[in-house]
Design a protein around this ligand. Structure first.
Ligand SMILES: C[S@@+](CC[C@H](N)C(=O)[O-])C[C@H]1O[C@@H](n2cnc3c(N)ncnc32)[C@H](O)[C@@H]1O
Length: 227
């Protein structure tokens, strides 16, 4: 039996998604990243793409709809199960991978890697219920390993798209990418009100200098990095 998958010229948001309890709901960061993918000629039929930390599969689905061959990785089994349901409902084929950077690198390299990693500074390391957003004392628990792994994840002409908050130091990300030979540029910025996670730890974030007293919003930034 053959399945025909209608491809579309540009990655676009996937609409309403099924999520098991605890799986990240696609939010402003997801939309901001998804919004910059349109128009990249690397993305399209046959392109090899990876979505690292796929959650419910929002970004993976946006890529797969263009005809790209997509690997969606996550450490959460619930996330992968949710992503699977969402791809089946849309008659899309996506490779689901349990794991993180190492496992994704083994299945690479990729023409395009997208990542909306956890980036909220947290007083304690992430636990199972908070690992979608908690990213350790500097907010970089996944960002630093991702920057270090990026050159090996990408084909020669490949590109990494990632979104993060300015709370977790965008310059540090750009320096780390440059150290691996990747030039980065800011493609989008958006100021968004603090969500429940940041609001719930404003005292900590303010005391540590991640936000200024009185701040009620953070800035999200989308970077693209390539050789
Ligand atoms: C902010 S959520 C983003 C989910 C989805 N990409 C979106 O934008 O809606 C981050 C995701 O990364 C996953 N994650 C956290 N740490 C990870 C790691 N070390 N390796 C792989 N996935 C990880 C979480 O389980 C979560 O699904």
């Amino acid at each position: 039996m053959t399945t025909s998958v209608r491809t579309e010229p540009e990655a676009r948001p996937p609409g309403r998604l099924f999520r098991l309890p605890g799986v990240y709901r696609p939010q402003e960061d997801t939309a901001l990243l998804s919004g910059v993918l349109a128009g990249d000629p690397r993305i399209g039929p046959g392109a090899r793409c990876a979505d690292l930390g796929t959650g419910s599969g929002a970004l993976a689905i946006a890529l797969a709809r263009t005809g790209a061959v997509v690997v969606a990785a996550d450490i959460s089994v619930r996330a992968l199960a949710s992503a699977w349901v969402n791809t089946v409902l849309r008659a899309l084929l996506i490779g689901l991978l349990r794991g993180g950077l190492r496992e994704a690198a083994e299945a690479g390299p990729y023409d395009v890697v997208v990542a909306n990693p956890p980036y909220v500074p947290s007083p304690a390391p992430a636990v199972r219920s908070t690992r979608a957003w908690d990213a350790g004392p500097d907010g970089r628990a996944m960002l630093d390993p991702l920057c270090a792994a990026a050159p090996s994840l990408l084909t020669r002409a490949g590109a990494l798209y990632l979104v993060q908050s300015t709370m977790s130091d965008v310059d540090k990300t750009r320096y780390a990418l440059a150290a691996g030979g990747l030039r980065s540029e800011v493609l989008a910025r958006a100021e968004v009100p603090f969500g429940p996670v940041a609001s719930g730890r404003l005292k900590y974030l303010t005391e540590r200098g991640f936000v200024r007293p009185g701040d009620r919003a953070e800035e999200l930034v989308v970077l693209r990095a390539a050789r």
